[in-house]
Design a protein around this ligand. Structure first.
Ligand code: ADP
Length: 466
């Protein structure tokens, strides 16, 4: 494919064309891997303090361009401006965190049984990384991969989502401005991810694939990458339970549920997908939740009064509506929303009404499938044992949430929930300092925290006879 071809980028709130990006293919991916390979030896050999300084400079630049990046994100991805600002800050946090972690890639000396032998363990960068990122967090998902890779001494080729290439290009411009040498951080934009994913899986020079996206695509990449025993980090889908026990304040819990459910229009892998409430407090909980759902202001994210933006595509809108209609047809009670919004300007974008469903049961699609939209399905339960079994009855294992004032119960749930992240009376258990990731169909590996850099490091043993 000729690199002069471009593809258009649209605003999901208005349908307007806001720009275009180069439509790269397999050739562009290979050329970027060539550049990353050429840059690798010098970058890997540069000192940790030098790499940290570049990441720290990128951190400062991201913060200095916070407003500009947030506006671009809202135009390209749709989220309300305030949330775009928060995301840019979150993205910057990874640059700062891994600038610091670069200096803490420690080795080890190990005593030997032989008096004349010494063991020395050294950590080395894995090599060139192939990264693929999604559209829902189009800036922070990039820094969450690039920062640890660069800190470890790896070079990287990143393919952003086809709907959000402009945010990616803006971030890579910042890496260049921060003094990251040519070839160290490369971006290949494309309207078609398949050939680039294939190059990442089959080119032996790519030693690590770091992917954030759907379970379905993650599984394919993992299978393809196995032939060359590449390291693989996968952040995939989720189906988060949100459990409210009757010893918690139902009003406080309902406010928390609404706050986290509608973040990013429900388009987050840690968004609550199944809200379980204990029977004796279901009344007040649902009453508050209903008020909070109907109080959401849906609109273009550039409008400061909007709390919920558009979905990112027609396909996303259709999937959400299908799940809602299926639930209603199978007996769920619709307490708010349940339809696409088409009044006035909303008709131009992919807007869906914030939706509340009660009496959701296990035979409904929404109970099993990941919901990537502004829909809150509520299920009433009776006992702790019952709700733990229901919460764990999913192939996914990313985030989970529990509201309880009983310390023993909180600990039992923390230990019993089969998820990589458990928020106890806490709707935001994420931070650059904390390990993010899932188990089972939600993926492999962790991002952020001291664990995040491990994905990009090999262990080398030296045995010295003296
Ligand atoms: P979603 O359904 O949430 O968009 P995807 O897994 O389809 O999730 O997309 C996440 C990222 O994966 C995007 O960058 C997308 O371009 C990329 N992607 C999708 N299909 C493939 C594929 N077959 N090979 C490689 N990357 C892919």
């Amino acid at each position: 494919m000729s690199s002069s071809m471009r593809f258009a980028v649209f605003n999901p709130a208005t349908g307007e064309r806001i720009g275009s990006a180069l439509d790269g293919g397999a050739d562009e991916a290979r050329a970027a891997i060539d550049a990353a390979c050429a840059a690798f030896p010098a970058w890997a050999a540069s000192g940790a303090y030098e790499r940290a300084a570049k990441l720290y400079r990128a951190y400062e630049l991201v913060l200095s361009k916070r407003d500009e990046l947030a506006r671009l994100m809202t135009a390209e991805q749709g989220k309300p401006l305030k949330m775009a600002h928060s995301e840019v800050k979150y993205a910057a946090d990874f640059l700062l965190w891994f600038a610091e972690e670069a200096k803490r890639v420690y080795g080890e000396t190990i005593p030997s049984a032989r008096a004349d032998q010494r063991f020395l363990v050294r950590r080395e960068p894995v090599g060139v990384v192939g990264a693929i990122t999604p559209w829902n967090y189009p800036v922070s998902m990039i820094t969450r991969k690039v920062a640890p890779a660069l800190a470890a001494g790896c070079t990287i080729v990143l393919k952003p989502a086809e709907t959000t290439p402009l945010c990616a290009l803006a971030v890579f411009e910042i890496f260049a401005e921060a003094g990251v040498p040519n070839g160290v951080a490369n971006v290949v934009t494309s309207s078609n991810p398949v050939p680039i994913g294939e190059v990442f899986c089959t080119d032996p020079r790519i030693r690590n694939i770091s992917f954030t996206g759907s379970t379905e695509v993650g599984r394919k990449l993992y299978q393809r990458a196995a032939a060359q025993f590449k390291r693989v980090s996968l952040e995939l889908g989720g189906h988060a339970p949100f459990i409210v026990f009757d010893d918690a304040d139902p009003v406080h819990a309902a406010k928390g549920a609404a706050a986290v459910k509608f973040l990013n229009t429900g388009q987050a892998c840690i968004s609550p997908n199944r809200i379980f409430v204990q029977r004796s407090i279901a009344g007040p909980f649902l009453e508050t939740l209903q008020k909070r759902v109907t109080a959401q202001r849906v609109g273009n994210g550039m409008d400061e009064t909007s709390t919920v933006g558009p979905l990112f595509s027609q396909r996303a809108l259709d999937k959400v509506d299908l799940q809602v209609q299926d639930a209603i047809a199978r007996g769920a009670k619709l307490l708010a929303g349940g339809n696409r919004l088409v009044d006035g300007d909303l008709a131009r974008g992919f807007f869906y009404a914030p939706t509340l469903l009660s009496e959701v049961t296990a035979d409904m699609r929404i109970y099993r499938e990941e919901t990537f939209g502004p829909v809150a399905p509520v299920i009433v339960f009776d006992t702790e044992q019952e709700v733990l079994a229901m919460a764990n009855d999913t192939g996914y294992g990313l985030a989970s949430y529990v509201y309880t004032q009983n310390l023993s119960r909180a600990m039992r749930m923390f230990e019993g929930l089969q998820f990589g992240i458990v928020g106890i009376n806490d709707i935001n258990p994420t931070s650059a300092a904390a390990p993010f990731g899932g188990i089972k169909d939600s993926g492999l590996g962790r991002e952020g925290a001291r664990q995040g850099i491990e994905e990009y490091l090999e262990t080398k043993l030296g045995g010295f006879s003296i």
